[in-house]
Design a protein around this ligand. Structure first.
Ligand SMILES: [Fe+2]
Length: 304
């Protein structure tokens, strides 16, 4: 970046969950919230928009929903880059059923087939681009060290990422946060009721450790994540700043941390000579529509 480079911005939106009235469940208010976010983003005139996964309500079971997601993201009119989320391609892999009986956890596992559908319907990942001396990269981190062929592709991509020309900053787009409470926390037990949600939201320790090692080799400076639907103030640990982003659709996990805030909105990042500054933009209007239908969570097929 030259001394005269004017400041510029990019935005991070995540968990926008665009749904369809053709589905067994639909919350039109969530789509309305995206319309509000769209107007706010357009007013900011950012250079780029990072879309951090969960673009559809149920892309994993109703991939036709990706068409509308792509259309409304395009309608913002800002160049965008995307990675999938768990509601697009499947959850963190488990070999056993968890404590909640309303879902079949093993059946919710991310699969190679669903990853391929996302690539075909929305776009390829992982990816890395440079814009104005900032490198932006995106990957679906939760498949790290899994048996899926895409996990091998992720490893090869991470090796190459360390060899690419360096930029002043390196922003990594993820869906799952790499940790919940502490970067050194252990694994949560899916079979324990009081640990289920922490298991569901966080990455396991071994892949986390190897992913962070790879990020350090690639000189990643910022990791942006979604999935939780709850924002926290950016945390800088060992040279990497972790930014937990809010959803535009619906709040979750707002009572987990004293500094957590599940207010709906998105984060904008201003890049200047002084660095990268993150600012939260709450939705200026949150829909209070009550004409939606269907269950929440991960209903079993018979409950859809
Ligand atoms: Fe989500």
């Amino acid at each position: 970046m030259s001394d005269k480079q004017p400041s510029w911005s990019f935005v991070h939106v995540t968990d926008i969950h665009i749904g369809s009235p053709d589905s067994y469940r639909y919350q039109p208010g969530w789509n309305d919230n995206w319309s509000t976010a769209t107007r706010q983003i357009q007013a900011l005139k950012p250079d780029l928009m990072l879309v951090g996964g969960d673009l559809a309500r149920d892309g994993n079971t109703e991939p036709q929903q990706f068409d509308l997601s792509r259309k409304v993201i395009d309608a913002v009119g800002v160049p965008w880059h995307v990675i999938p989320g768990n509601m697009d391609t499947g959850n963190k892999i488990t070999d056993r059923q968890g404590a909640l009986t309303d879902r079949d956890d093993v059946a919710c596992n991310v699969s190679e087939e669903l990853l391929q559908i996302f690539k075909d319907c929305v776009g390829p990942f992982p990816w890395s681009v440079v814009h104005k001396d900032v490198r932006f990269s995106g990957c679906y981190e939760i498949i790290k060290d899994s048996p899926l062929p895409s996990a091998g592709e992720l490893d090869r991509w991470l090796e190459q990422l360390a060899l690419l020309p360096k930029a002043r900053y390196h922003v990594m787009l993820n869906h799952y946060p790499l940790f919940i409470d502490d970067i050194n926390e252990g694994a949560y037990d899916i079979t324990k009721t009081d640990e289920y949600h922490a298991w569901y939201f966080a990455m396991d320790p071994a892949p986390r450790k190897r992913l962070i090692e790879a990020y350090h080799k690639a000189e990643v400076t910022h990791v942006l994540s979604g999935h939780i639907h709850c924002r926290r103030p950016p945390m800088t640990i060992d040279g990497i700043t972790y930014c937990f982003g809010p959803s535009t659709a619906m709040p979750q996990f707002g009572d987990r941390w004293s500094d957590g805030d599940d207010t709906l909105g998105f984060q904008a990042f201003t890049v200047s000579e002084q660095g990268i500054v993150c600012q939260f933009h709450p939705l200026t209007e949150v829909s209070n529509r009550t004409d939606g239908w269907g269950p929440g969570g991960h209903p079993k097929p018979e409950a859809r």
